[in-house]
Design a protein around this ligand. Structure first.
Ligand code: GLA
Length: 387
């Protein structure tokens, strides 16, 4: 039985009626371009072949009832009472989407929802956006909004999902995760330019180069609403003000020396991360297009060094996994996602995958850390209706 069918059956048992349908949205792994989205820069995500599903049916009384198969407790809230952190926890991401659609004047009513996922939660693979975007897809169909039908509608949905995350979950994130989940193209990475939200799909086929992208979950966890992520965003905004630009994206690599004189050491390093990361993203899209996976992997390692030293969003477990993977034969590796824990991504020749994973396991055991969990990432499909 498919996951969607299983969820639909489960919905019928819990809510005593059939769902109107089942919708889903993928997580993502970002090849490069971290903390660039909210600076108007470039990102290069791939929708992941792991996702979140929502079985849903509308209600007429303005209530939202939600049950997750992965987190205990039911959320039950009136839509007109949704506000910052109400509901709290994971419920904020789902309720926030309905709130954002209603605020835009769209005819969204109450809903019953059952949610299931095969994504790691809070591990840098965009579990929050997968939840938001699956709910957005469901709402679009349930209330006849028609926003899944074309790219313009999907752009609008991605913006509503980001608004939900910023205003109801109070996480000051950018839009890379929602853009990847809603506007992704199967089998492709997406070079996204956040100045105007335009996309360039680039074929993603590591096997053609004899490599795979190994994701290792270090089991350290972040919460994007917990502060550090917001600190980085605020530091970037401060640097932009001091440099007299609206977004750090406006600063080119050749302007870094002049900028250094105008910023303190911390703000200059934040700027240098964003500026060099934008350049790496544009270049990596070309390397990917050319099938040059050595260059892709080297770009990832350079991105990791920048996230570790300039942006300062890494943690010891992540650095150990990156260093050990490269020492055991990975062509390149880095932290995935916003940082402060989560997963590492490594480009590994296919015949070395077991060896690299084993080396990281041993290094973690020696350091007294819990053993990481690994899998080879494959590209998934964008948000849509499954049943
Ligand atoms: C999180 C945020 C994104 C982005 C990344 C870092 O995933 O949700 O908007 O800022 O971190 O690249």
């Amino acid at each position: 039985m498919s996951t969607a069918q299983g969820l639909a059956d489960d919905f019928r048992e819990r809510f005593g009626r059939a769902p109107s349908g089942v919708w889903s949205a993928p997580g993502r792994f970002n090849l490069v371009g971290e903390h660039t989205d909210y600076n108007g820069g470039f990102c290069l995500p791939v929708p992941l072949d792991r996702r979140t599903w929502v079985a849903a049916a509308p209600r007429d009384d303005g209530r939202l009832r939600m049950v997750s198969l992965d987190v205990p407790g039911e959320v039950d809230v009136r839509l007109d009472e949704v506000t910052a952190h109400r509901p709290g926890g994971w419920g904020a991401y789902a309720a926030g989407v309905l709130w954002a659609l209603r605020r835009a004047g769209l005819p969204v009513r109450g809903v019953d929802m059952l949610i299931g996922s095969d994504l790691l939660i809070g591990a840098g693979l965009s579990s929050s956006a997968a939840l938001e975007c699956s709910v957005a897809a469901a709402a679009s169909d349930l209330f006849g909004l028609g926003l899944l039908a074309d790219d313009a509608g999907r752009v609008a949905l991605a913006v509503h999902c980001q608004t939900a995350e910023n205003e109801i979950a109070q996480a000051p994130t950018g839009g890379v995760d929602q853009t990847s989940a809603l506007r992704g193209v199967k089998g492709h990475a997406l070079l996204i330019d956040f100045l105007n939200r335009t996309l360039r799909p680039v074929p993603y086929d590591p096997a053609s180069a004899g490599v795979g992208v190994l994701i290792l979950d270090t089991r350290t966890r972040h919460s994007l609403s917990a502060g550090h992520f917001g600190d980085r965003h605020a530091e970037c905004d401060r640097a932009a003000v001091l440099l007299g630009v609206d977004l750090l994206r406006r600063v080119g690599v050749d302007e870094l020396p002049a900028a250094e004189a105008r910023l303190d050491d911390v703000l200059f390093r934040r700027l240098r991360h964003v500026v060099t990361e934008n350049a790496r993203a544009v270049r990596m899209a070309d390397d990917l297009e050319a099938g040059d996976w050595r260059a892709v992997a080297e770009g990832m390692t350079a991105a990791h060094v920048s996230m570790r030293d300039d942006l300062e969003v890494s943690v010891p477990q992540i650095d150990l996994a990156v260093g050990t993977a490269i020492g055991a034969g990975a062509w390149g590796a880095r932290l995935v996602g916003g940082g402060f824990g989560g997963c590492v991504m490594a480009v590994v020749p296919l015949d070395l995958v077991g060896g690299v994973a084993g080396a990281v396991d041993r290094a973690f055991a020696a350091a007294g850390y819990d053993a990481p969990d690994g899998f080879l990432a494959t590209a998934g499909s964008p948000a849509g209706r499954d049943l």
